[in-house]
Design a protein around this ligand. Sequence first.
Ligand SMILES: Nc1ncnc2c1ncn2[C@@H]1O[C@H](COP(=O)(O)OP(=O)(O)OP(=O)(O)O)[C@@H](O)[C@H]1O
Ligand SMILES: [Mg+2]
Length: 207
Amino acid sequence: MIVVSCIGQKGGGSKSSTARTLAVGFTDAGWKTHLGDLDEKQQTSIQWCKRREDAGLSNIDCGLYRRVDTAVKMKAQCDLLILDGRPAAETTSLSIAIESDLVIISTGPTIDDLQPSLELCRELIQKGIPMERLVFLVAKTPSLAEGKKAQATIRAWGFTVLNSTIRFQPAYGQALDAGRALFETPFKTLNDEARAMVEEIHDIINA
Ligand SMILES: Nc1ncnc2c1ncn2[C@@H]1O[C@H](COP(=O)(O)OP(=O)(O)OP(=O)(O)O)[C@@H](O)[C@H]1O
Ligand SMILES: [Mg+2]
C-alpha cells in the first residue's frame, strides 16, 4: 500500500527507467508491485513491459492510466504502487506527489538539468508536500565525479539526494531496449550501481 513516484521537470531525465528498475527490484524481492504508467502519449513503461514479456523475462504487473486518481486506486491491490510520471507536467507532478509516500525526482548532473529540478522540488514544498517525502536521484551522469558534484549542489539547496548515482552508459540503454531493468545488464559494476539505488529506496520506505 506504499506509493512511490518517479517525476522530473525535464524530458528524458530517467523517470521511466527508475520506475521500471524499481518495479523489477521489488517484484523480485517478493513485493506485490504494480507499475502505473501515467504517460499516455509515450507509454514507455507499458511498451517496455511488452518487450520484457516477449523476451521471456519475469513478469511485471503494469497498467496505463490517463488520470492519477485512477492509477492510485491500484494501491489497494498491491504492496507497492510505482508511478511513472510525465515530462514537463507541473500539475500532474503535484497531484502525483500528493498521493505518494515517496517522490523520486530524477535529474541529470548539469546546471541545465539541475536548475529546473530544484525549482520543481521547491514548488512542491511550497504547495504543501512534506520535504521528507522528496528525494533526488542523479541519473545519466557522464561520470561518478560529475554525479558527486550534482549531489553536493542538491544538498546545498537543503534537499535530500540518494547516495547512489546512475551513470550514462550505453549498456543501460541496451538493457532497457531489451525489456530489462538497469541492474540486468551483462556488467556487474553497472548492475551493482543500479541495485544500490533500489536498495536505498527499499531502506527509505522500510524505515
Ligand atoms: N543511465 C542511462 N544510460 C544510458 N541511457 C539511459 C540511461 N537511463 C535511461 N536511458 C535512456 O534514456 C532515455 C530516456 O530515459 P527515460 O525514458 O527513463 O526518461 P524519462 O524521464 O522517463 O523520459 P520522458 O520525460 O520522455 O518520460 C531512454 O531512451 C532510456 O533508454
Ligand atoms: Mg518517461
